[in-house]
Design a protein around this ligand. Structure first.
Ligand SMILES: [Zn+2]
Length: 76
């Protein structure tokens, strides 16, 4: 059983429906360090240490990243 799809060219994982992390139905769940979470509560911009991607259609957690470059886009 191959999990390859059209998005394989980009090296992105997909869920059972074939959605990759950039699909509108896919939500990102940021994960922060303990200190980062505390800083968030104080209203300080924090970069997540880790992010997971979940499809809202099949509820599959199919991808994750700890790439600093990628996570920098999610600074909040
Ligand atoms: Zn899906």
């Amino acid at each position: 059983m191959s999990s390859q799809s059209a998005s394989a060219a980009q090296g992105l994982k997909t869920c059972s429906c074939g959605h990759n992390r950039h699909h509108p139905l896919v939500i990102r769940k940021n994960k922060y360090s303990r200190w980062g979470f505390f800083a968030l509560l104080l209203g300080i911009s924090v970069k997540p240490i880790f992010a997971r991607y979940q499809c809202t259609k099949c509820n599959e957690l199919f991808d994750e990243t700890s790439d600093p470059v990628e996570l920098n886009k999610y600074l909040m």
